[in-house]
Design a protein. Sequence first.
Length: 342
Amino acid sequence: MASVAFGLFDWVDRGEASLAQLYEERLSLVEAADAAGFVGYHLAEHHATPLGMTPSPSVFLAAVAQRTRRIRLGPLVYLLPLYSPLRLIGEICMLDQLSGGRLEVGVGRGVSPYEVGYHGLDPARTRAMFHEALAVIVAGMTSERLTHKGQFYRYDSVPMELEPFQKPYPPLWYATSNLESVEWAASQGMNLAGLGPAETYRKFVDAYRAAWPRHRHDAGRLNAHVATPRIAINRQVVMAETDAEAEEIVRAGHPRWAESFLKLWTEHGDTTYQQRVNLDAALSSETILCGSPARVRGQVARLIETTGVDYVICAFAWGNLTFDQSFRSLRLFTDEVMPSFS
């Protein structure tokens, strides 16, 4: 079978547990993933929604860094328009040092206009803010002093006392569900992450692999120190001893996640993402991997063959799934699925 790496994705969405218990259980799950050989732990950033209880990824990842030893870690993604670039430079450098050079920095502008709107930003301006902020952050990590005069940010010879552990800076990631953005991500050599049905995502993979060779020697491009960027896809995963038990767990846990996912959109009368939480469609299209080890092995094999990805990022904890259910899924995936693809 094709060789592929596996990582973890996490919204840290609100379930039944208290916040303190939620954080502790997630840290324990990442510890187990670290010991099991998962490549990376990728953390979403959301605001004013139960979909994300880690609106400051840096705070949570600092804790993860101290509880793990090998697994790479990073936001997927930092919502750049919501940050002072100067402050975020410091956070990135601190996390990379605290983790011993294990940071993977995902960047984006935010898919939800309501989340950025609560911060007083005009969603129509966030794309330009994103690109300018990214340029500032890279310049700050690779210079002794930061000078920048742009539309949104201005810095005049600011001393850069902090530096990242990895040189010239940690690997960069870009997550998108917009096919038109793939050309830019490939031209910069960004690691790419996405989601959706396998047949649809194949277009993203093909577009990336067609564009990347044309730009790999461009002067001044980002991520030039990453020899071969990863192309990843996210999947929610629930495993049990039998297919029937796994599906029962999914059907019990999914409504809470779906409610959290749609909360802000529903409050604003927006049905844009309603179809994303159709459980029967997700099971049919295998955007949720669900079943016994044998069934999930087959689902993963089809996913890799259909999409051509080389990295599958698994969400084992979400919705109303209990810690024991999530931990069992991770353990079964580690023992019964991953060895077939290494």
